[in-house]
Write a protein that binds this ligand. Structure first.
Ligand code: ADP
Length: 796
């Protein structure tokens, strides 16, 4: 048989892989292999023995007795032939063997005898040899050969063990790593038997649910579910099993060790006898989702429109309400600036620009805009914008809430026109009252004036009595008109309080004096108590305070038939500049029923239907009083017991006056040297004034209207004073005054003109001044007042 010089096994590449899989090459000496090798040397009685492995190009010695080197080239080995056979290769004398005679080791004399056995692993791969060498020719006995074969098997056993050990170590390492992975997973992993009893569970169960794995193992997983969920989930799994379903995705609630409820999302697989489950804690996500759901429910279902735009102010989302309000759908406005899309002819675009400026500067805004629906209908909307910033503080989104305020705007407009209408109505009412009062006052003026004059004409006793009644009735009528006028003035805000020094003691005395007559007539007392510390003068409106007290005292006297009435002024607080005074009017009269006490301050309201019949009155007095007190920044209070009496009180803070009041010296009516032009269209008035003026020796001339007056002034040019009525036919007093004042000469410009007016409305007073009149006197006038006003123009 001719043998190849470099024989290679047919499966060389796999053989090399197999050799490498033992990881034996180039390892350190090991005593097991050395022992086998030594046995080979003993048994075969050779100086050299080797356990070798044949690598691709070399022969490497795992165990070596007798040789200085560790490896040699494969091409120089005897063993390259040994691994090709299944049996012992014995070369008794290498010099005689043509295959080996030229081998360097043979040539050098190291080797004469060689015997080797292949090491063949359990898979049949020829990995190497166990061989013995001698420097002399010889032969092995059959036993020695058999021993070598046995030792070769022994090597294979060691190799196999080594490989298994290594594989075991690797698998253990892998197992450990898997276990680490298993325990360090953020999810719960568990293995359950077919009854879902937990057999293995990782440490996450402690982190997520608070139970240690030991506490969990042995319990069925349902044990940790809330009761209701348990039945529900069992049913799902049972149904699934019936349909041969092997895997499930479930979300369950779990009760943690502390009793808290957590949400876990499970992936469960059934495999053979076991269940494998992985569970993720989704409590937070559930919460976020629930919140999001709620938020999106709010955003999408509220009745206000919501629009979300990106940082470039382009719409990305709108809710249902927006679509309803504007008629635009998301696809109509998406990618557009909202304002551009829904503006129209009458939209105030400057507001839109301003709003954009603001939002660019990260400022929110709230604006009302007239916009247009998709169908062209104009709508008023209120836009409230919020800016959402990202984590770096840059604009991320804009959220705009859109409220349809069309109805509100309409109502506002209606309200404004209603208000304007009301103002106009009020003006008309003022006008009416002013005209009416003028019309009524003028004849009444005459009645009162004439009765004055008649009283002074030495009437006889019976006439005196009648005249008294006449004057009393006329005065009463005048009070009523004044009340109505007063009330209107207050109601229309036409009243302003005067601020002049007032002596309250004198004022109270005056009130007592003027009512004493009535009280005495009814046989009831009327007294006043004034705090001693009350300052001499305060700054106030004498007429109005007087009016308040007269109203209250008048009522008390009227409604009291036994006992009496007390006026009480108390200083509550006093500083250098201010004094707070409590005014009280109390009586022992008929009182007011509890259920009526709240209505008596309303206009034209009386506590009892019989009041007018029994006591007279209009029901206006307290309404006026209440408002007058309110004008003083106060409130009127009442306490009353039906059948026992009433008590009205209020407190007012006044500034104190530094001046003491000079008591007015009563002007003595001496004769006056005056030429007066009286301008009045009413003949009785002219007659009345003439009578009064004649008494003082005044020269009176008359005109019936403004035009006549101007002609007379022009013609005569020597009047000292003009008494000018306001309302007259042809030309009124105001117009005539204006015409006169417009003339160039000083006489026309400076001639004193005193208005005769029946109106007390503020705007009328203003007009008198504006027209160029110097003063006014109210009709019906008190002759004394007229005397005071004209006497200063007297030439002497
Ligand atoms: P008038 O006195 O003109 O009827 P007022 O407005 O002054 O109108 O008063 C309204 C009503 O309040 C009176 O009609 C009366 O019923 C009741 N009232 C006012 N003051 C008293 C009082 N001192 N005692 C009993 N009742 C009073």
């Amino acid at each position: 048989m001719i043998l190849s010089r470099n024989p290679i096994p047919a499966n060389e590449s796999e053989r090399l892989d197999a050799l490498n899989s033992y990881h034996i090459l180039d390892t350190l000496p090991e005593k097991d292999y050395d022992a086998i090798n030594r046995l080979a040397a003993y048994i075969c009685q050779t100086p050299v023995s080797l356990i070798t492995f044949i690598d691709a190009d070399r022969q490497w010695y795992k165990a070596n007795i007798g040789l200085p080197n560790n490896e040699i080239a494969r091409s120089e080995t005897f063993c390259r032939y040994t691994i090709m056979s299944d049996e012992v290769l014995e070369v008794p004398d290498a010099r005689q063997n043509e295959l080996f005679a030229d081998n360097p080791a043979v040539v050098d004399g190291w080797v004469r005898f060689y015997a080797g056995v292949p090491i063949i692993d359990n898979e049949g791969y020829r990995l190497g040899t166990i061989c013995v060498v001698d420097t002399v020719p010889r032969n092995l006995t059959v036993e020695q050969k058999d021993a070598l074969v046995t030792l070769a098997h022994e090597v294979v056993s060691h190799l196999t063990l080594r490989k298994q050990k290594r594989e075991l170590e690797e698998s253990l390492k892998l197992h450990n790593e898997f276990f680490n992975l298993f325990n360090n997973s953020p999810e719960i992993h568990c293995v359950m038997d077919r009854t879902t009893r937990i057999q293995l569970i990782n440490d996450s169960v402690t982190r997520i649910l608070g139970y240690t794995p030991l506490e969990a193992i042995g319990h069925p997983i349902w044990y940790f579910f809330p009761k209701g969920d348990r039945d529900h989930l069992l049913k799902i799994v049972e149904d699934g099993l019936r349909n041969k379903k092997k895997s499930y995705e479930l979300e369950t609630r779990i009760i943690t060790r502390t009793g808290e409820i957590k949400w876990v999302s499970w992936s469960v697989i059934a495999k053979k006898e076991n269940w494998y489950a992985s569970g993720r804690d989704i409590t937070y996500q559930k919460k976020v989702v629930a919140e999001l759901e709620q938020l999106s429910l709010v955003a999408s279902k509220v009745s206000n429109g919501v629009v979300i735009s990106d940082a470039n102010n382009k719409v990305v989302w709108v809710n249902d309400a927006f679509e309803k309000i504007t008629g635009y759908h998301l696809e109509d406005v998406e990618g557009n600036a909202l304002g551009d899309k829904i503006k129209g002819e009458l939209t105030d675009v400057s507001i839109i620009h301003k709003a954009r400026e603001l939002s660019k500067n990260k400022q929110s805004f709230e604006v009302d805009l007239l916009m247009y629906r998709k169908d062209g209908q104009p709508i008023w909307i209120s836009v409230i914008n919020s800016i959402i910033l990202d984590q770096f503080g840059n604009i991320d989104k804009y959220v705009e809430v859109i409220i349809d305020i069309t109805a509100k705007k309409k109502a506002e407009h209606e309200l404004i026109s209603a208000k304007e209408e009301a103002v106009q109505l009020n003006r008309a009412k003022d006008m009416f009252i002013s005209v009416m009062s003028h019309e009524i006052r003028t004849p009444l003026n005459a009645v009162i004036g004439i009765s004055h004059l008649l009283m002074e004409d030495n009437p006889n006793e019976s006439q005196k009595e009648n005249l008294k009644i006449l004057k009393f009735s006329a005065d009463n009528l005048m009070t009523l008109i004044n009340d109505v006028l007063d009330f209107t003035k207050i109601e229309t805000g036409n009243i302003e309080l005067e601020k002049i020094p007032v002596d309250l003691r004198e004022l109270v005395d005056g009130v007592v004096n003027s009512m004493q007559f009535k009280a005495k007539g009814k046989n009831v007392y009327l007294k006043a108590q004034v705090d001693e510390s009350l300052p001499e003068n305060i700054i106030g409106d004498k007429t109005r305070i007087c009016q308040i007290l007269l109203n209250l005292v008048g009522n008390s006297v009227k409604f009291t038939d036994k006992g009496g009435v007390t006026i009480d002024l108390k200083v509550i607080e006093q500083t250098n500049n201010e004094v707070r005074i409590r005014f009280e009017v109390s009586d022992t009269g008929i009182g007011i029923a509890a259920d009526k006490i709240n209505t008596i301050f309303e206009s034209f309201k009386q506590a009892d239907a019989n009041i007018t019949r029994l006591y007279g009155g209009t029901g206006l007095g307290l309404a006026i009083t209440k408002r007058l007190v309110e004008l003083h920044d106060s409130r009127i209070n009442v306490e009353s017991t039906y059948g026992q009496g009433s008590k009205f009180w209020f407190t007012i803070t006044f500034n104190k006056s530094a001046d003491t009041l000079k008591t007015k010296t009563q002007a003595v009516e001496i004769g006056l040297k005056l030429n007066i032009l009286v301008v009045d269209d009413n003949q009785i008035n002219r007659l009345l004034i003439d009578k009064v003026l004649k008494k003082w020796g005044v020269n009176a001339d008359f005109a019936e209207n403004g035009r006549q007056a101007l002609e007379k002034i022009e013609a005569r040019g020597d009047y000292d004073v003009v008494l000018m009525d306001i309302h007259m036919p042809e030309m009124g007093g105001l117009e005539a005054t204006k015409v006169l004042r417009a003339k160039a000469d000083t006489y026309s410009q400076q001639l004193p003109i005193i208005a005769l007016t029946a109106s007390m409305l503020n705007n009328q007073m203003g007009m008198i001044g504006e027209a160029g009149m110097n003063d006014y006197i109210l009709k019906p006038f008190n002759p004394k007042d007229l005397y005071d006003k004209i006497s200063k123009f007297s030439k002497e």
